[in-house]
Design a protein around this ligand. Structure first.
Ligand code: HEC
Length: 143
Protein backbone atom coordinates (compact mmCIF):
# COMPACT_ATOMS: atom_id res chain seq x y z
CA UNK A 1 0.00 0.00 0.00
CA UNK A 2 2.77 2.42 0.96
CA UNK A 3 4.65 1.66 -2.19
CA UNK A 4 1.49 2.32 -4.14
CA UNK A 5 1.02 5.74 -2.56
CA UNK A 6 4.64 6.51 -3.22
CA UNK A 7 4.29 5.57 -6.86
CA UNK A 8 1.16 7.64 -7.31
CA UNK A 9 2.63 10.72 -5.67
CA UNK A 10 5.85 10.54 -7.64
CA UNK A 11 3.81 10.22 -10.82
CA UNK A 12 1.82 13.30 -9.85
CA UNK A 13 4.97 15.19 -8.99
CA UNK A 14 6.53 14.22 -12.24
CA UNK A 15 3.61 15.34 -14.38
CA UNK A 16 3.46 18.60 -12.50
CA UNK A 17 7.14 19.20 -13.11
CA UNK A 18 6.70 18.46 -16.75
CA UNK A 19 3.82 20.84 -17.12
CA UNK A 20 5.59 23.67 -15.36
CA UNK A 21 8.76 23.22 -17.32
CA UNK A 22 7.13 24.23 -20.58
CA UNK A 23 6.72 27.77 -19.48
CA UNK A 24 9.51 28.35 -17.01
CA UNK A 25 12.79 29.97 -17.75
CA UNK A 26 15.38 27.36 -18.59
CA UNK A 27 18.14 26.66 -16.07
CA UNK A 28 21.42 28.33 -16.86
CA UNK A 29 23.24 25.33 -18.24
CA UNK A 30 20.31 24.45 -20.49
CA UNK A 31 19.80 27.98 -21.68
CA UNK A 32 21.43 27.81 -25.09
CA UNK A 33 19.59 24.71 -26.09
CA UNK A 34 16.21 25.77 -24.72
CA UNK A 35 16.39 29.24 -26.21
CA UNK A 36 16.59 27.61 -29.57
CA UNK A 37 13.40 25.74 -28.83
CA UNK A 38 11.42 28.67 -27.44
CA UNK A 39 8.02 29.05 -29.04
CA UNK A 40 6.85 32.27 -30.70
CA UNK A 41 4.55 32.79 -27.74
CA UNK A 42 7.36 32.32 -25.21
CA UNK A 43 9.51 34.84 -27.09
CA UNK A 44 6.65 37.32 -27.23
CA UNK A 45 6.11 36.86 -23.49
CA UNK A 46 9.77 37.57 -22.77
CA UNK A 47 9.55 40.65 -24.98
CA UNK A 48 6.41 41.82 -23.18
CA UNK A 49 8.21 41.33 -19.91
CA UNK A 50 11.07 43.59 -20.96
CA UNK A 51 8.71 46.17 -22.47
CA UNK A 52 6.71 46.29 -19.26
CA UNK A 53 9.88 46.63 -17.18
CA UNK A 54 10.79 49.69 -19.24
CA UNK A 55 7.26 51.07 -19.08
CA UNK A 56 7.29 50.66 -15.31
CA UNK A 57 10.50 52.68 -15.13
CA UNK A 58 9.01 55.46 -17.25
CA UNK A 59 5.90 55.61 -15.07
CA UNK A 60 7.98 55.67 -11.87
CA UNK A 61 10.20 58.43 -13.30
CA UNK A 62 7.20 60.41 -14.55
CA UNK A 63 8.46 60.20 -18.15
CA UNK A 64 6.21 60.25 -21.21
CA UNK A 65 4.40 56.96 -21.73
CA UNK A 66 4.69 56.78 -25.51
CA UNK A 67 2.59 54.53 -27.71
CA UNK A 68 1.00 51.15 -27.19
CA UNK A 69 3.44 48.52 -28.54
CA UNK A 70 1.62 47.01 -31.52
CA UNK A 71 3.58 43.75 -31.40
CA UNK A 72 1.63 42.87 -28.23
CA UNK A 73 -1.27 42.08 -30.57
CA UNK A 74 0.69 39.01 -31.70
CA UNK A 75 -0.58 37.37 -28.51
CA UNK A 76 -3.66 36.44 -30.56
CA UNK A 77 -1.67 34.52 -33.19
CA UNK A 78 1.74 33.51 -31.83
CA UNK A 79 2.34 29.77 -31.87
CA UNK A 80 2.55 28.18 -28.44
CA UNK A 81 4.62 25.31 -27.17
CA UNK A 82 1.38 23.41 -26.63
CA UNK A 83 -1.35 24.30 -29.16
CA UNK A 84 -4.07 23.00 -26.87
CA UNK A 85 -3.34 25.76 -24.40
CA UNK A 86 -4.75 28.26 -26.89
CA UNK A 87 -8.31 27.66 -25.69
CA UNK A 88 -11.26 29.90 -24.86
CA UNK A 89 -9.79 30.80 -21.49
CA UNK A 90 -6.56 31.92 -23.12
CA UNK A 91 -8.31 33.90 -25.85
CA UNK A 92 -10.58 35.73 -23.41
CA UNK A 93 -7.74 36.57 -21.08
CA UNK A 94 -5.48 37.64 -23.93
CA UNK A 95 -8.19 40.08 -25.04
CA UNK A 96 -8.68 41.58 -21.58
CA UNK A 97 -4.93 41.80 -21.09
CA UNK A 98 -4.57 43.78 -24.34
CA UNK A 99 -7.42 46.10 -23.29
CA UNK A 100 -5.77 46.67 -19.94
CA UNK A 101 -2.46 47.56 -21.63
CA UNK A 102 -4.14 49.95 -24.05
CA UNK A 103 -5.78 51.76 -21.16
CA UNK A 104 -2.34 52.75 -19.80
CA UNK A 105 -1.66 54.66 -23.02
CA UNK A 106 -5.18 56.06 -23.36
CA UNK A 107 -5.29 57.46 -19.84
CA UNK A 108 -1.68 58.22 -18.86
CA UNK A 109 -2.85 60.39 -15.94
CA UNK A 110 -3.66 57.18 -14.10
CA UNK A 111 -0.83 55.16 -15.61
CA UNK A 112 0.25 53.56 -12.34
CA UNK A 113 -3.21 52.17 -11.51
CA UNK A 114 -3.75 50.94 -15.07
CA UNK A 115 -0.28 49.43 -15.16
CA UNK A 116 -0.77 47.45 -11.95
CA UNK A 117 -4.19 46.28 -13.14
CA UNK A 118 -2.59 45.09 -16.36
CA UNK A 119 0.11 43.14 -14.52
CA UNK A 120 -2.80 41.61 -12.62
CA UNK A 121 -4.09 40.38 -16.00
CA UNK A 122 -0.74 38.69 -16.72
CA UNK A 123 -0.99 36.95 -13.35
CA UNK A 124 -4.64 35.93 -13.82
CA UNK A 125 -3.86 34.08 -17.01
CA UNK A 126 -0.67 32.60 -15.62
CA UNK A 127 -2.39 31.23 -12.52
CA UNK A 128 -4.26 28.89 -14.84
CA UNK A 129 -1.94 28.51 -17.80
CA UNK A 130 1.61 28.67 -16.63
CA UNK A 131 2.56 29.03 -12.97
CA UNK A 132 6.33 29.12 -13.40
CA UNK A 133 6.95 32.82 -14.14
CA UNK A 134 4.38 34.26 -11.66
CA UNK A 135 6.97 35.23 -9.03
CA UNK A 136 8.92 37.06 -11.71
CA UNK A 137 5.83 38.74 -13.15
CA UNK A 138 4.77 40.02 -9.72
CA UNK A 139 8.06 41.93 -9.49
CA UNK A 140 6.68 44.23 -12.17
CA UNK A 141 4.03 45.72 -9.86
CA UNK A 142 4.66 49.36 -9.01
CA UNK A 143 4.55 49.70 -5.23
C1 HEC B 1 -3.80 35.10 -21.86
C2 HEC B 1 -2.79 34.43 -21.10
C3 HEC B 1 -1.48 35.08 -20.80
C4 HEC B 1 -1.25 36.42 -20.52
C5 HEC B 1 -2.24 37.57 -20.47
C6 HEC B 1 0.15 36.53 -20.27
N1 HEC B 1 0.77 35.32 -20.41
FE1 HEC B 1 2.76 34.93 -20.20
N2 HEC B 1 2.48 33.03 -20.86
C7 HEC B 1 1.27 32.47 -21.17
C8 HEC B 1 1.48 31.15 -21.73
C9 HEC B 1 0.41 30.20 -22.21
C10 HEC B 1 2.88 30.93 -21.74
C11 HEC B 1 3.64 29.72 -22.28
C12 HEC B 1 3.97 30.01 -23.76
C13 HEC B 1 4.63 28.86 -24.47
O1 HEC B 1 5.33 28.09 -23.83
O2 HEC B 1 4.46 28.76 -25.70
C14 HEC B 1 3.48 32.13 -21.15
C15 HEC B 1 4.83 32.31 -20.92
C16 HEC B 1 5.37 33.38 -20.25
C17 HEC B 1 6.76 33.51 -19.84
C18 HEC B 1 7.82 32.42 -19.98
C19 HEC B 1 8.40 32.48 -21.39
C20 HEC B 1 9.60 31.55 -21.48
O3 HEC B 1 10.71 32.02 -21.22
O4 HEC B 1 9.40 30.37 -21.78
C21 HEC B 1 6.91 34.73 -19.24
C22 HEC B 1 8.18 35.32 -18.63
C23 HEC B 1 5.63 35.39 -19.31
N3 HEC B 1 4.72 34.56 -19.92
C24 HEC B 1 5.39 36.65 -18.84
C25 HEC B 1 4.19 37.35 -19.03
C26 HEC B 1 4.00 38.76 -18.72
C27 HEC B 1 5.05 39.68 -18.12
C28 HEC B 1 2.71 39.05 -19.05
C29 HEC B 1 2.01 40.38 -18.98
C30 HEC B 1 2.73 41.54 -19.43
C31 HEC B 1 2.10 37.82 -19.55
N4 HEC B 1 3.03 36.82 -19.52
C32 HEC B 1 0.78 37.72 -19.95
C33 HEC B 1 0.03 33.04 -21.00
C34 HEC B 1 -0.19 34.39 -20.73
Amino acid sequence: MRLFIFLISSLLLFSCEKKKKQCELPKKEEKKFEMYEMSEMAMLMEQMYVDNERLKQRIVDGDTIGKFPQHFLNIHEAVMTDKQENDTFFKEHAASFIKSQELIYEDPQNAKEHFNASIGECVKCHEVKCGGPIVRIKKLYIK
